[in-house]
Write a protein that binds this ligand. Structure first.
Ligand code: PMP
Length: 401
């Protein structure tokens, strides 16, 4: 008899499990709108041309070896990643008060940041938006933080519950950590305006709340890397401290390469170097040091002006295709005369539309139309194409009528 005989089967991950179910479906009509990965008009995964070129350069460079990276990762990658999110001219970078470490994509960056806070920060409560990416509460809880929610989304307006958000943050204990989606909030596609960000900043700074930004979609929301970093830059410009987890999964299409970075902006250079020394102690017993390939791709592109420009063009094309899918879906539903106000489809931004469909309607669409999505009614617009939009519109129409 197995010593593991008592182990009970765990449920599938609520997001990745959607793909598991999709893969089992043999219908030619099936569409996977569950996982947030970009697809072309033809429904195929996309490797950016500039990424292919960077990889070719890396392969051709026979001076490259496979030695271990330092615990903190590739230095060029860290420097360029910090410039990408904070802005190359950022005073915080010029003052050397930011430490950046290469981590395993966005998830790993969040986890390292959370482990560091659990060890070295007094307040262990982290406020996360209601709703948020499903992995957030698990990452923070397992790191030893205590998770609480702040109001974020108002189902009645399908927009931001701004007053609820302010009230909940105002009621948080001084020093509490607050998780903020830098842009393209997942799953709602609803972001604060710049004015609202400014009010959030003032409130958080006046209460000494510690911002922890999750930046998984820089460039994907608007198509512009600087515009999508505005929220983070506002919080760095005031001289205060914050954490930022960056992912290159979406904006460079490097999903499986697991490339990301954690930056901690500190009060001054001395604090930041001590913080970095402690980050190393967090990382070393977890995975020793990060992988070299993906970070080398990113560094190659970010260092070369021409490749960087090429990237921004390819990134904008992805963002634009997503925006055009929103318009097509909205127009098709208008043409069908689907009851209800669906303008949120074109108002929300980023990879996802939070449709407002309930779990029962979602399971109807999966059963009858072979459309796969998370049970909260979130659909990945990046998984849609002109060919599949009419089918989705039919399914949504049938689900609500
Ligand atoms: N944060 C958010 C809000 C996300 O949507 C994702 C990806 N779905 C991540 C972090 C992390 O992704 P990854 O670890 O693949 O970079």
């Amino acid at each position: 008899n197995s010593v593991f005989a008592h182990v009970v089967r765990a449920p599938e991950d609520p997001i990745l499990g959607v793909t598991v179910a999709y893969n089992k479906d043999t219908s030619p009509m099936k569409v996977n709108l569950g996982v947030g990965a970009y697809r072309t008009e033809e429904g195929k995964p996309l490797v950016l041309n500039v990424v292919r070129r960077a990889e070719q350069m890396l392969v051709n460079d026979t001076s490259r070896v496979k030695e271990y990276l330092p615990i903190t990762g590739l230095a060029d990658f860290n420097k360029r990643s910090a410039e990408l999110i904070f802005g190359a001219e950022s005073p915080a970078l010029q003052e050397n008060r930011v430490t950046t470490v290469q981590c395993l994509s966005g998830t790993g960056s969040l986890r390292i940041g959370a482990e560091f806070l659990a060890r070295h920060y007094d307040e262990h409560t982290i406020y996360i938006p209601q709703p948020t990416w499903g992995n957030h509460p698990k990452v923070f809880t397992l790191a030893g933080l205590s998770v609480k929610y702040y109001r974020y989304y108002d189902p009645a307006t399908r927009g931001l519950d701004f007053q609820g958000l302010l009230d909940d943050l105002a009621a948080a204990p001084a020093g509490a950590i607050v998780l903020l989606h830098a842009c393209a909030h997942n799953p709602t596609g609803v972001d604060p305006t710049i004015d609202q960000w400014e009010k959030i900043r003032q409130l958080m700074r006046s209460k000494g709340l510690l911002p922890f930004f999750d930046s998984a979609y820089q460039g994907f929301a608007s198509g512009n890397l600087d515009a999508d970093a505005q929220s983070v830059r506002m919080f760095v410009a005031d001289g205060g401290e914050c954490l930022v987890a960056q992912s290159y999964a979406k904006n460079m299409g490097l999903y499986g390469e697991r490339v990301g970075a954690l930056s901690i902006a500190c009060k001054d250079r001395d604090v930041s170097s001590k913080v970095e020394s402690q980050l190393k102690l967090v990382i070393r017993p977890m995975y020793s040091n990060p992988p070299i390939h993906g970070a080398s791709i990113v560094a190659t592109i970010l260092k070369d002006r021409k490749m960087y420009d090429e990237w921004t063009v390819e990134l904008k094309a992805m963002a634009d295709r997503i925006i055009s899918m929103r318009q097509q879906l909205f127009d098709t539903m208008q043409a069908r005369g689907t009851p209800g106000d669906w303008s949120h489809i074109i108002k929300q931004i980023g990879m996802f539309t939070f449709t407002g469909l309930n779990a029962e309607q979602v399971s109807f669409m999966t059963r009858e139309y072979h459309i796969y999505m998370t049970s909260d009614g979130r659909i990945s617009m990046a998984g849609l194409s002109s060919r599949t939009v009419p089918h989705l519109a039919d399914a949504m129409h049938a689900a609500v009528t």
